[in-house]
Design a protein around this ligand. Structure first.
Ligand SMILES: [Zn+2]
Length: 197
C-alpha cells in the first residue's frame, strides 16, 4: 500500500487535466523544451486504453503534454494480445502505475455490436472482428433496466479492466501488490467530462 499515494496522484493528474479541458483552460505549456528533454526517454505516469473515436483524443481530454500518458487506442477500447503487450511494456519497462480503460458515450463500436446482437447486423470485412470483441458486453447487458447502449459501454469497460488483469501475469502481480491500479472511465462526448469507475 506504500504506492497508493502515487496511484492517487496519477488519478488526480488525470482528473485535474480533464477539469481544465472541460473548462476550456488548457495549460499551454510550451512543447519545445519538453520535446528536447524527452529525447532521453519517457516516464509516463498513466496508461490509457481508449477508443479510436475522433471525439476522444486522450491527451487532449486530459490536457496532457507529450511524455505524460502512454496511449493505446482501438475502436471499442478492448484488450487483445497486441495492445495488452503494449500496456505490459508501459507497466513493466516504463513503470507507469495507473491503467485506465476509457470507454465513451455514443460509441460506434458498441452501437455496431448492439446491432449485431439485437438484429444480426454483420459488418463488412475486419470491422466484424471489432464488433465480436465488444459483443460480450452487449449480451451481458441485454436484460438490464435503462439504456442498453450506455449499459453496454459501461460493461465493456468493466470487462476489459478484468481482461487486462486476467490476461497479464505482470499486471496481475503488481495489482495484487498494490503497486499498479487498473480502473475504468467513461468519457461523455456531450460534456467532455470523464467519470471514473
Ligand atoms: Zn468508440
Amino acid at each position: 500500500m506504500t504506492f497508493r499515494p502515487v496511484l492517487d496522484h496519477a488519478l488526480d493528474l488525470l482528473r485535474a487535466g480533464n477539469a481544465r479541458f472541460v473548462a476550456g483552460t488548457p495549460q499551454h505549456e510550451p512543447y519545445g523544451p519538453r520535446i528536447a528533454a524527452l529525447a532521453a526517454g519517457q516516464h509516463p505516469f498513466a496508461i490509457v486504453l481508449g477508443c479510436s473515436d475522433s471525439r476522444v483524443p486522450v491527451e487532449t481530454i486530459f490536457d496532457q503534454v507529450p511524455g505524460k500518458v502512454f496511449v493505446v487506442r482501438v475502436a471499442g477500447n478492448f484488450v487483445n494480445d497486441d495492445n495488452l503487450g503494449s500496456i505490459e511494456y508501459a507497466v513493466d519497462v516504463l513503470k507507469a502505475r495507473l491503467v485506465v480503460v476509457l470507454g465513451h458515450s455514443n460509441c460506434g463500436a458498441v452501437s455496431a455490436a448492439l446491432a449485431f446482437v439485437r438484429d444480426g447486423t454483420v459488418q463488412r470485412s475486419r470491422i466484424q472482428g471489432i464488433v465480436e470483441a465488444v459483443a460480450p458486453a452487449v449480451r451481458a447487458t441485454r436484460d438490464l433496466p435503462g439504456d442498453w447502449l450506455i449499459n453496454a459501454v459501461e460493461r465493456n469497460v468493466a470487462l476489459n479492466v478484468q481482461a487486462l488483469i486476467r490476461g497479464s501475469p505482470i499486471i496481475a502481480e503488481l495489482v495484487e501488490a498494490g503497486e499498479v491500479e487498473v480502473i475504468g472511465g467513461i468519457y461523455n462526448v456531450g460534456t467532455g467530462v470523464v467519470a471514473f469507475a
